[in-house]
Design a protein around this ligand. Structure first.
Ligand SMILES: [Zn+2]
Length: 254
């Protein structure tokens, strides 16, 4: 059994065939799909999807850094209260800092991230961290919360040294399609870090694994990622399934 710990199956990309997409995941033994929120617009489709597939989907609550602007406080409050009323989130996310697309609201991004870190701690939830061109900044920002904050660096963008540092602090690394690209840095992380710190994710519909690039990504592709990591680590597919699934159970308290 495998778990897709990060998948946006509620997006428009899946509106015509979501039943088939979920069926396909279940048939490939991807038994659970975790849905990170993005912004206010994604709340309703996410909750609807969860309503429709209650046994295999789980929801998160939070505001994505690329959706942060001057009004972030109001937006985030709306998101948190709307979700809280209808379902129980298993994590805060995705939250973080993204300096790749736009730096206009960098101060607001930091404020919104800190707010969500404290919300996660106060509600005893893990946090799902999105980091793009900002890993060192985020490592610095989470330092004061060491020992209190737990979570995962989704689509981990760093090198082995940074990975070790985060794993030592109890964080998990979310690995997805990017590890299968011709990128020595990521393959090294996938091969060298303790398996006990790794969870698997697709980030569907984005970041399809090698061989399927350019196509819409979906949760069934978790299998490709597990196979790739098994090969890199010279271990068998079953071990990757068993350990990463146990890790996800533990982190998200499934
Ligand atoms: Zn995502």
């Amino acid at each position: 059994m495998l778990i897709d710990t990060h998948t946006h199956l509620y997006l428009e990309d899946f509106k015509d065939d979501i039943g088939i997409v979920i069926q396909n995941a279940l048939q490939n033994d991807i038994q659970k799909m975790l849905l990170p929120n993005i912004d206010m617009d994604s709340v309703e489709p996410m909750l609807n999807l969860h309503q429709q597939f209650k046994d295999c989907t789980y929801i998160m609550t939070g505001l994505h850094p690329t959706s942060v602007d001057k009004a972030w406080r109001t937006t985030l409050n709306n998101i948190l209260t709307t979700i809280e009323k209808q379902a129980k989130p298993i994590a805060v996310g995705e939250a973080g800092i993204d300096l790749y697309w736009d730096k206009t609201f960098v101060e607001e991004q930091k404020e919104a991230f800190i707010f969500q870190i404290e919300y996660a701690i106060n509600n005893n939830l893990p946090i799902v961290i999105h980091s793009r061109n900002s890993l060192d900044l985020i490592i610095e920002m989470i330092k004061p919360y060491q020992g209190k904050l737990r979570g995962v660096f989704h689509c981990f963008p760093g090198h082995v040294q940074q990975a070790i540092q985060l794993v030592d602090q109890g964080f998990y690394l979310g690995l997805g399609g990017v590890v299968t690209y011709k990128n020595a840095k990521m393959a090294e992380v996938a091969a060298q870090l303790p398996l006990e710190s790794i969870i698997l994710e697709t980030d569907a519909p984005f970041l399809s694994p090698q061989g399927k690039r350019g196509q819409r990504n979906e949760s069934a592709n978790i299998k490709d990622i597990a196979l790739f990591i098994a090969e890199k680590r010279n271990t068998d597919f079953e071990t990757i399934c068993k350990v990463t699934t146990a890790n996800a159970y533990k982190l998200f308290d499934l």
